[in-house]
Ligand binder design. Structure first.
Ligand code: RIB
Length: 311
């Protein structure tokens, strides 16, 4: 069983700031770090850390992407299918505040140069039952989904960042939908930030998809047909939330693919995301599975935690 993450690869320029820059303001930052990121790259690494045979496809610049490919290779992700182009590698400018919040400017660069020919050269390496993992930072996603559906791959969509392009995708093909509350509101049309209502609406709209709705500090809810679970967070001091969602997605799906129950997968994902939130950077903040298993910080409170039907 193989996992193909067809997604973005970005160089993240992370600036520590006292507050997010305001219109017309020039704001000094005395701490800038460069990290390997992109929702695709982050999720590839998180998958690989759960022990999954993970392949990355996507596009980078020929001359400015060595650090990204090295990072994927060091994590154990296969990079043979990544396309090197004459376009600049995608990058972000990320502001992080002392509270650990972030705001991101994304320049797509090579991530937005995916062609149908390239997709047709990648997908024959995969077969029925393999998993395709998608986010929304590359172009041509509807075509990738069509081809993968023809092959019989399982499709996992993390519709992030949310924009109107999501509505052009053949969403009925999606087997797993993993999204946050704001994305859930836009997709379901529910106007209130109310997790249960959003989840109920999404499970009605997408009856064939297993859905995980993440709600930041409020935890996450899972819904599929008659099955519902609530997963609380494991509290930590927030350092930087960048890639926490990618960590959650990779560890949840990685655990499911490894045969764990939904409850176990949610718990592992919540633990891994908590560790990521306590660290700086995107892919650098993602823990290995061993670290997640060995983390003793929450052991004492574990017995008190209730995981089950959220109603
Ligand atoms: O999800 C976090 C990622 O979003 C960052 O690594 C950044 O590259 C943006 O794509």
């Amino acid at each position: 069983m193989k996992v193909l993450v067809f997604g973005s690869l970005n160089i993240d320029y992370v600036y520590k700031v006292k507050h997010f820059v305001q219109p017309g303001e020039t704001l000094a930052s005395d701490d800038m770090q460069i990290f390997c990121g992109g929702k695709g790259l982050n999720q590839s690494i998180a998958f690989c850390y759960t022990g999954i045979d993970t392949w990355h496809a996507g596009a980078v610049g020929r001359n400015d992407s060595d650090m990204l490919l090295r990072k994927l290779n060091e994590a154990g992700v296969h990079t043979e299918l990544v396309q090197k182009t004459e376009f600049p590698t995608g990058h972000t400018m990320i502001q992080t505040t002392p509270e650990g919040e972030n705001s991101i400017i994304l320049y797509g660069g090579a991530n937005q140069t995916i062609t149908k020919e390239y997709i047709d050269s990648v997908l024959p390496f995969f077969k029925k039952g393999d998993y395709l993992i998608l986010q929304n930072e590359i172009n041509q996603i509807p075509y990738i989904m069509e081809r993968a559906h023809e092959i019989g791959m399982k499709i996992v969509l993390n519709p992030s960042p949310m924009n109107e392009k999501i509505f052009d995708m053949p969403l009925s093909y999606v087997d797993f939908l993993i999204l946050n509350e704001l994305e859930g509101m836009q997709l379901s049309g529910i106007l209130e930030k109310e997790g249960r209502q959003i989840l109920d609406a999404l499970t009605k709209h997408f009856p064939n998809a297993q859905i995980v709705l993440t709600m930041g500090k409020e935890g996450a809810v899972y819904g599929y047909r008659e099955e519902n679970y609530y997963q609380p967070i494991y509290p930590v001091k927030t350092v930087d939330t960048t890639a926490a969602g990618d960590t959650f997605t990779g560890f949840f799906m990685g655990s499911i693919i490894c045969g764990k129950t939904v409850k176990d997968a949610l718990d592992t994902a919540a633990r891994a995301a908590s560790i990521a939130v306590g660290r700086n950077g995107a892919s650098d903040s993602i823990p290995k599975l061993d670290e997640v298993k060995k983390d003793e910080r929450w052991r004492k409170g574990k017995e008190k935690r209730k995981l089950g039907l959220y109603n």
